[in-house]
Ligand binder design. Structure first.
Ligand code: 5MM
Length: 335
């Protein structure tokens, strides 16, 4: 088995999933300020380190995506990547430098960060990272995502992935079709399929080893402002149909983003996907908000309450891991 495949398996097998703790300082500041906590390097580290030292890290979390600030931080002289890997969890790093306005389609975004990436990857490998993340964002409307945004983001994701594999790390490919808008689930299915197909065309062109990547897609959902009601079963069926049609079978690890879904909704949908899955793909989670929201709320009331915050996080991670095995039920949500 290739080294990359070994890393993929370590991150996503046996119901393990990924904690996406790679919020850039701007996003983390919004998250902390929304619960009345000042955003400074110490507070950002304290909250994150509370999660990294919880017991769920050993049992549920296969990988943690870090932000540049965090991968360089330490707690009581212990480096953060070491704290993470001591539980058998793989440290990862977000390497894109953010989504910027796309020229000639100014309402859309192109993700940047390719300049100097080969050198930055060497640095991150030395700091302990063994996987990376790059997120392309696409919005849905009558005219979007445009062909230009689909092509340019796929091209960037493929160039990124090839460089990451060259450096001995596993690239997470995250093409996120946003939930914003009033579109139906069927439109989300159609647009997501288009986006994914183009990504894989480019990945193949750039000779990326598909067994050595993790795909991080959105689930197929109606827009947040649409009035369409869908059941978890419908979400799971459409999501599976889309991925079966658009993702080559060499890909083994698929870890969904939560994209603004409520914690239990993201858990229930993942569970349903696994219950009816008949493919060979491993479906798990790579959640940011859907793993951290309740823990952050709890922590913000008393930032000294490490044990209480960890209990909240452990519960959420346990629910997600059960969902990754198709073993979650609503009753288990009651602690
Ligand atoms: C953790 O949030 C990441 C956002 O980073 P930026 O600050 O650069 O926007 C994001 O990429 C995240 O990893 C994924 O979107 C998954 O998070 P959610 O909250 O959608 O599960």
């Amino acid at each position: 088995m290739s080294e990359l495949k070994i890393i993929v398996n370590k991150i996503v097998s046996s119901g393990k999933g990924i904690l996406a703790a790679d919020e850039s300082t701007g996003t983390m500041t919004k998250r902390l300020e929304s619960v009345g906590v000042e955003s400074n390097p110490d507070n950002r580290l304290n909250f994150r380190n509370t999660l990294f030292t919880s017991s769920a890290m050993k049992t549920c979390i296969g990988g943690v995506i870090l932000y540049d600030e965090t991968i360089r931080q330490a707690n009581n002289s212990k480096k953060i990547p070491e704290i993470i890997s001591q539980n058998g969890t793989v440290p990862g790093i977000k390497v894109d430098t953010g989504a910027k306005t796309l020229a000639n389609s100014i309402e859309e975004k192109i993700t940047e960060g390719l300049d100097g990436l080969r050198e930055r990857l060497k640095d991150y490998y030395t700091l302990g990272a063994r996987f990376t993340k790059w997120r392309g964002v696409y919005s849905i409307s009558d005219k979007y995502p445009s062909k230009l945004s689909i092509l340019s983001n796929a091209h960037a994701l493929a160039r990124y992935a090839a460089l990451v594999q060259e450096s001995g790390m596993v690239p997470i490919i995250e093409p996120e079709v946003l939930m914003d808008g009033s579109h139906s689930a069927e439109v989300c299915y159609k647009k997501t399929s288009e986006v994914l197909k183009k990504c894989f065309d480019e990945l193949v062109l750039f000779k990326v080893d598909l067994a050595g990547i993790i795909l991080k897609p959105n689930m197929i959902l109606p827009g947040a402002n649409s009035h369409q009601k869908v059941t978890s079963k419908e979400v799971a069926e459409l999501t599976l149909k889309c991925l079966k049609e658009s993702v080559p079978s060499e890909v083994s690890g698929i870890a969904f983003l939560s994209g603004g879904q409520e914690e239990t909704q993201a858990t229930e949908n993942l569970n349903q996907i696994n219950k009816i899955n008949k493919t060979n793909f491993i479906f798990t989670y790579s959640y940011g908000r859907a793993l951290q929201q309740s823990a952050l709320k709890h922590w913000s009331k008393n930032i000294e309450d490490i044990i209480g915050t960890q209990e909240v996080f452990n519960h959420r991670a346990k629910m997600c891991t059960l969902a990754a095995k198709g073993e979650w039920t609503k009753n288990l949500e009651k602690k």
